[in-house]
Design a protein around this ligand. Structure first.
Ligand SMILES: C[S@@+](CC[C@H](N)C(=O)[O-])C[C@H]1O[C@@H](n2cnc3c(N)ncnc32)[C@H](O)[C@@H]1O
Length: 231
C-alpha cells in the first residue's frame, strides 16, 4: 500500500508525463484507502496527516484573502477537502462561513475530528459529496477552493477529459456570478489551467509559489491561480 509520504511522488510522476496517464490517484478506492489509514492514525496518535503541497500552500491562500480584505463572512467551499486543514487555517484567521466536501466519508470524519480538536467546528460545515455528482448546495458560494482535487480528477482512469468537463460544469453551477476560484495544482501549468478554465473564468491573480531549477530547466513545482467566474 502506498504510504502518504509517497503519494506526492506519484503526483510528480504524473506531472512529468506529457498527457496524464490514468492513475490510481484518480480513483475513489485510492482516496478511501488513504483516508481510512489517516483517520486511524489520527485516532491513535493525533497526527493530522498529509498537508498537500506543504504548509505554504495554505498560508499563500490565507494571505491572499487577507490582502484582498475578503469579508470574514464570505461563503467558501473547499472542493475535495481531505483532512480539512485549509479550512482550519481559514477559520483560525476569522473566516466563519466555510464548507468542505469530499467523496470519502473517512476524509470527512477525519476533517470533523481535526476541526473539533482545533476549535474550528463552529465555522466549518463538512459533508460527504461527490463534486462531479451528488453535490447540490442550497445556495451558490462566493469562493471555491481546490488544492489537489482537480489534479486527482485529471488522473481518473475512467475518462479524464469527461471528468474535467464535469468538474468545470459543477464549478460553474455552485459559484455565484463573479465568484472566485482559487486552485493549487502540481499537474497543470498556468497556461494549461488557463486553457482548461478560460472559457468560463478569467484569471485575476497568480499566487507566488517556490521556483525550482534543475538540469538547465527552471519552473514552478506548484501553480496557484485565482480565477473569477465570468457572469
Ligand atoms: C490530493 S487530495 C487533496 C486533499 C485536500 N484538498 C488537501 O489539500 O489536503 C484530493 C482530494 O480530492 C478528493 N476528491 C477527488 N475526487 C473527488 C470528487 N469527485 N468529489 C469530492 N472529492 C473528491 C479526494 O478524496 C481527496 O481528498
Amino acid at each position: 500500500m502506498t504510504s502518504p509520504q509517497h503519494v506526492p511522488d506519484l503526483f510528480h510522476i504524473a506531472q512529468m508525463s506529457e498527457d496524464f496517464s490514468p492513475s490510481v490517484l484518480g480513483t475513489k478506492e485510492h482516496w478511501d484507502a488513504v483516508y481510512s489509514r489517516e483517520l486511524k492514525t489520527f485516532e491513535e496518535d493525533g497526527d493530522e496527516g498529509e498537508i498537500w503541497f506543504g504548509e505554504g500552500s495554505m498560508t499563500r491562500v490565507v494571505r491572499w484573502m487577507n490582502a484582498q480584505k475578503i469579508p470574514l463572512t464570505t461563503s467558501m467551499v473547499d472542493i475535495g477537502t481531505g483532512n480539512g486543514m485549509l479550512l482550519v487555517e481559514l477559520a483560525k484567521s476569522g473566516y466563519s462561513n466555510l464548507t468542505g466536501i469530499d467523496y470519502c466519508s473517512d476524509a470527512i470524519a477525519l476533517a470533523r475530528n481535526i476541526c473539533e480538536k482545533e476549535g474550528a467546528s463552529q465555522s466549518v460545515n463538512l459533508q460527504v459529496a461527490d463534486f462531479l455528482g451528488s453535490f447540490s448546495p442550497p445556495e451558490q458560494y462566493d469562493i471555491g477552493l481546490d488544492k489537489g482535487t482537480f489534479d486527482a480528477v485529471s488522473l481518473d482512469p475512467s475518462g479524464s477529459e469527461e471528468k474535467r468537463r464535469q468538474y468545470i460544469q459543477s464549478l460553474c453551477r455552485i459559484l455565484k456570478p463573479n465568484g472566485r476560484f482559487i486552485i493549487t495544482s502540481c499537474n497543470w501549468t498556468k497556461d494549461e489551467l488557463l486553457q482548461q478554465f478560460g472559457d468560463e473564468f478569467e484569471l485575476t491573480d497568480e499566487l507566488p509559489t517556490p521556483a525550482f531549477s534543475f538540469g538547465g530547466h527552471s519552473g514552478h513545482s506548484v501553480t496557484a491561480l485565482v480565477f473569477r467566474k465570468k457572469s
